[in-house]
Write a protein that binds this ligand. Structure first.
Ligand code: FAD
Ligand code: NAI
Length: 466
């Protein structure tokens, strides 16, 4: 290795780490990023956001070609699935994206140190196969997260898979049981359901998407149910037996009771993710962790050990790529002496099912629990011309505004392309917009975003098209 001293050494090349590295390099720091995977981009680009969206997009097109075009007066026959072709589309997209980060590293003169990193002192990292490197300004822990295991249910990535295995099943299972009705369960359940699997979701709590607004959960359960997904809510899997033909699961009520057997060809375990710090040597340097195994940080991402910082999935907060990226940028700027921050109250959440779910800000449940008086305005996509023209009328936009000041406190959307629509609301909320501000903003016609404007009007009971 030509160089062994850098200003900033980032451990982990995911959205948190690689973005922090790029921003730090832009600000003039000499930067190294230690990444043990054979490609940059972390969970998100390799086995997370990007491959799952490639399969969601491809399976959506398949579903549409098979069942969704007749209503537009288009007759198609002989639609067939070419699963290897679909999987290679996904692999190609992943390769293009991870290769793109490698290009950006070269462009920004960031050294990619390929190997596992272990922090040996507050300013040194030992990189497997490379040696000891020194960080004169900061070490950034951006090592991400891993699948939370389910005790007694061993993931073999063949019949019992994590999200990683579910992104490359060699054939469509007849019966897919998903353990966990969260984001991964519903997204990857949708993929395989569209390709022909009978999907059953076993969820411990009494609702799917339990951290989202209650009305959203209810609506999505109804819509996904219509698409053929079945749900066993308030249920837990207590055992899994792999047989020659598949897997036999014991499922019982969450509160205890009589168990039933459920047969599956493939089981997807998607009950959450946990911070990943294996082999990082944090004990030895004395970095404090919280009771959920996450690296503890202060306001400016610094751990209790001066000079060691942490961002992304490995610290508290939603495990989302855009949250990790924002933290990466803010940290690099703080290291350069700039004033920078992340508004953790306005990190949007999206579920890329069809229709999509998108939210930013507080849910009704959170506002009620905090005793905040609020008004709600809601408008359905069925009353929107563009949604009708496109044949996608499921869903609604709901805006929650402070009862006294009219300030928008939360927005919850189910509908077509709402992943793209939620950005408008994030900007509005960053500028402390009121519902009135959104209602008075001219939205192009005919667009789906008119539903947002109508929901804002509905906050004061004056929606126009309903
Ligand atoms: P990671 O992306 O996990 O990157 C950490 C990197 O550190 C890894 O590459 C790892 O190999 C490396 N590493 C760990 N330890 C060491 C070490 N000691 N030495 C060297 N390298 C090390 N989020 C969204 O916002 N939108 C989505 O649509 C979305 N979809 C997802 C779909 C799936 C199936 C999954 C699993 C996750 C999805 N996520 C999504 C979550 C998203 O992937 C994570 O929030 C994001 O990747 C976190 O970024 P990070 O940089 O903190 O960690
Ligand atoms: P999740 O936290 O979204 O959902 C896990 C679900 O499993 C919850 O509903 C929980 O109640 C349930 N559960 C927990 N233990 C259970 C048990 N023993 N039996 C049955 N159900 C149980 O976690 P998921 O779906 O694994 O995803 C992990 C993380 O990855 C997400 O939290 C999210 O941060 C990220 N992600 C984000 C995506 C996006 O932004 N679109 C897509 C996929 C993942």
């Amino acid at each position: 290795m030509a160089e062994s001293t850098f200003d900033v050494v980032v451990v982990g090349g995911g959205p948190g780490g690689y973005v922090c590295a790029i921003r730090a390099a832009q600000l003039g720091f000499k930067v190294a990023c230690v990444e043990k995977r054979s490609a940059l981009g972390g969970t998100c680009l390799n086995v997370g956001c990007i491959p799952s969206k490639a399969l969601l997009a491809a399976s959506e097109k398949f579903e549409e070609a098979k069942h969704g075009l007749a209503k537009f007066g288009i007759k198609v026959g002989g639609v067939e699935l070419d699963l290897p072709g679909m999987l290679s589309h996904k692999d190609k997209v992943v390769k293009e994206n991870t290769g793109g980060i490698e290009f950006l590293f070269k462009k920004n003169k960031i050294a990619w140190l390929k190997g596992a990193g272990r922090i040996t002192a507050p300013n040194t990292v030992e990189v497997e196969g490379i040696g000891t490197i020194t960080a004169s300004k900061a070490i950034v822990i951006a090592t991400g997260s891993e699948v939370t295991p389910l005790p007694g249910i061993e993931i073999d990535e063949q019949k019992i898979v994590s999200s990683t295995g579910a992104l490359e099943l060699p054939e469509v299972p007849k019966r897919l049981v998903v353990i966990g009705g969260g984001v991964i369960g519903l997204e990857l359940g949708s993929v395989w359901g569209r390709l022909g699997a009978q999907v059953t979701v076993v969820e411990f709590l009494d609702r799917i998407l339990p951290t989202m607004d209650g009305e959203v959960s209810k609506q999505m359960q109804r819509i996904l149910g219509k698409q053929g997904m079945t749900f066993k809510l308030g249920s837990k899997v207590t055992a899994a037996k792999v047989t020659n033909t598949g897997v036999t699961l014991s499922v019982e009520p969450a509160a205890g009771g009589t168990a039933e057997e459920v047969e599956a060809d493939v089981v997807l375990v998607a009950i959450g993710r946990r911070a990943y710090t294996n082999g990082l040597g944090l004990d030895a340097v004395g970095v404090e962790m919280d009771n959920r195994g996450r690296v503890k940080i202060g306001k400016h991402f610094e751990t209790n050990v001066p000079g060691i910082y942490a961002i992304g999935d490995v610290v508290e907060g939603p495990m989302l790529a855009h949250k990790a990226e924002e933290e990466g940028v803010a940290l690099a700027e703080l290291l350069a002496g700039q004033a920078s921050h992340v508004n953790h109250d306005l990190v949007p959440g999206v579920v890329y099912t069809w229709p999509e779910v998108a939210a930013v800000g507080k849910t009704e449940e959170e506002l009620k629990a905090a005793g905040v008086a609020y008004k709600a305005g809601k408008f359905p996509f069925t009353a929107n011309g563009r949604a009708r023209a496109s044949g996608t009328t499921d869903g609604f936009v709901k805006i929650l505004a402070d009862a006294r000041t009219d300030k928008v406190l939360g927005v919850h959307m189910v509908g077509p392309n709402v992943s793209e629509m939620v950005g408008e609301l994030g900007v509005a909320m960053e500028f402390s917009a009121s519902a009135e501000d959104i209602a008075r903003t001219c939205h192009a016609h005919p667009t789906l975003s008119e539903v947002t404007k109508e929901a804002a009007l509905a906050v004061d009971g004056r929606a126009l098209h309903i």
